[in-house]
Design a protein around this ligand. Structure first.
Ligand code: ADP
Ligand code: MG
Length: 448
């Protein structure tokens, strides 16, 4: 009888965190009609806690006993997972804590990571309850894979950890301004996009980044779907010559092509590699703001949420060895450009929303920050076309000269326009210079 406990596979124990206010506010019903019956069927035991306020999940995961759980699952949108990741990183034992497998069951309005998990598993793009069912199935299967995290430092020196994106301009404006249409679920982004297109803004800023392969752009993921639905590495053996003949190269499962003119960082007139004395190697001390930490609140209406990182000073975590402190110039090997932007987006997952296939070549642990930016001058019609094409990931082939995409390991963004909104994983953070670097595979994701 002493052998029995070792021989039997132990029932998995999951710590479920449900946000009753996520999305349309129906997470609780979804949980009782779909989630709990299915995970009970899969012989998973769980503890279900409803969050009572913002940062509740963040505090809860700081107090849990890691030994007691096989995973922490959020039943909400991406915002609640952001809290969990940062709560784990704030623990004194962060190095062990961040290895706790995390998962997401999409019941929010922003369900980007669920979209990425669904895509990674080889399922067709899905929304709503179809996406939820796929994610429950994958959770029950329970395969864990490493997930990239990016450490993000804001102007006050606060550091947080991000699994999805940093956004400025059009995308963060839509995300935060559309909070008032929350009752619509994910349709709030469509409405928000239309409102923002009608009154299109541009933002002046300086963007610097550490490129992965200078002058190349990613074209596809170099993995293919095998007949049984599993992901297998791209067969390079037979194709090796063709690949090099075509000027392609590969890094970390992403296939790169030497850039065409519209994407070529070397041919963009405003791209410069700063040397110590050059005008682009400016210090952030020249940043022309007085009240850096004040959240942008352009209409004077109360913010739905607190600025995410205001009260959290992240001291734990791996060292940011690629980026100098915000007050110091970026290294010579970085590329710096100053532009009028419609948007800047750093994304490290394939999806920006369940139906926004923004970075088709991205994977959960490719170690890459995909930097996208749209320059001022793009027509409203092209911008709408860009977002419509993004639903299927077809925007990559559009080759719009105003849209630039570069893979990077680290970046710094210095807004030169006084007012604006910055988001990290869809959560608003303090406005001002912001920088980030990749920490590949730092966390663990239940991806099925
Ligand atoms: P959505 O995708 O719908 O925005 P999120 O998971 O991103 O859903 O959650 C939105 C916000 O709700 C997060 O910032 C989270 O901190 C906050 N939150 C969590 N629990 C509650 C609660 N009980 N009441 C209000 N806000 C909450
Ligand atoms: Mg990635």
């Amino acid at each position: 009888t002493e052998l029995v406990p070792d021989l039997l596979p132990r029932t998995r124990r999951l710590f479920l965190l449900l946000n009753p206010c996520g999305g349309r506010g129906n997470a609780f019903q979804q949980c009782h009609s779909h989630i709990l019956p299915m995970i009970t069927e899969a012989d998973i035991s769980y503890n279900l806690i409803q969050t009572e306020r913002q940062n509740h999940a963040r505090e809860l995961v700081q107090g849990i006993n890691l030994e007691e759980w096989d995973g922490i699952i959020v039943i909400s949108g991406d915002g609640l997972l952001y809290e969990v990741i940062n709560g784990l990183m704030e623990r004194p034992d962060w190095e062990d804590a961040i290895k706790m497998p995390v998962g997401i069951l999409p019941c929010g309005s922003g369900n980007a990571l669920a979209g990425a998990i669904n895509y990674n598993a080889g399922f067709e793009q899905a929304m709503g309850s179809e996406l939820l069912l796929n994610c429950i199935l994958l959770l029950c299967r329970g395969t864990v894979m490493p997930m990239d995290l990016v450490s993000v430092t804001t102007c006050s020196g606060t550091r947080c950890f991000s699994f999805l994106s940093v956004a400025w301009g059009f995308i963060s404006d839509v995300d935060i301004e559309s909070e008032k249409y929350r009752h619509m679920g994910s349709a709030r982004f469509t409405v928000g996009t239309m409102v923002r297109v009608a009154s299109l803004r541009t933002y002046k800023g300086r963007l610097s980044y550490l490129p992965v392969l200078d002058g190349h752009r990613p074209i596809c993921r170099s993995i293919t779907l095998a007949a049984n639905g599993s992901l297998v590495p791209f067969q390079r053996s037979q194709l090796h010559r063709t690949i090099s003949d075509m000027g392609l190269c590969e890094e970390r499962n992403v296939m790169y092509k030497r850039s065409s003119a519209s994407y070529d960082t070397n041919e963009l007139p405003s791209f410069e590699t700063p040397s110590p004395g050059s005008p682009t190697a400016l210090h952030t001390s020249s940043f022309p703001f007085d009240s850096l930490s004040e959240p942008s609140n352009q209409e004077g209406r109360p913010l739905h949420r607190d600025v995410a990182s205001t009260n959290h000073h992240q001291v734990n975590g791996p060292k940011d060895d690629l980026i100098p402190p915000l007050g110091q110039p970026v290294p010579k090997t970085w590329v710096t450009l100053e532009e009028d932007f419609v948007l800047v987006l750093a994304i490290y997952q394939s999806h920006l929303g369940a139906d926004l296939f923004t970075a088709p070549f991205s994977s959960i642990n490719d170690g890459l920050i995909h930097l996208f930016f749209v320059k001022a001058g793009i027509s409203r019609a092209s911008l709408v076309r860009l977002f419509l094409a993004m639903e299927k990931g077809n925007h990559i082939e559009m080759e719009c000269p105003y849209v630039v995409h570069v893979p990077a390991r680290a970046f710094r963004l210095e807004p030169l326009t006084q007012k604006g909104i910055l988001t990290v994983d869809g959560e608003q953070v303090e406005y001002g210079p912001i920088q980030a670097q990749m920490h590949s595979g730092l966390s663990n994701l239940i991806s099925g």
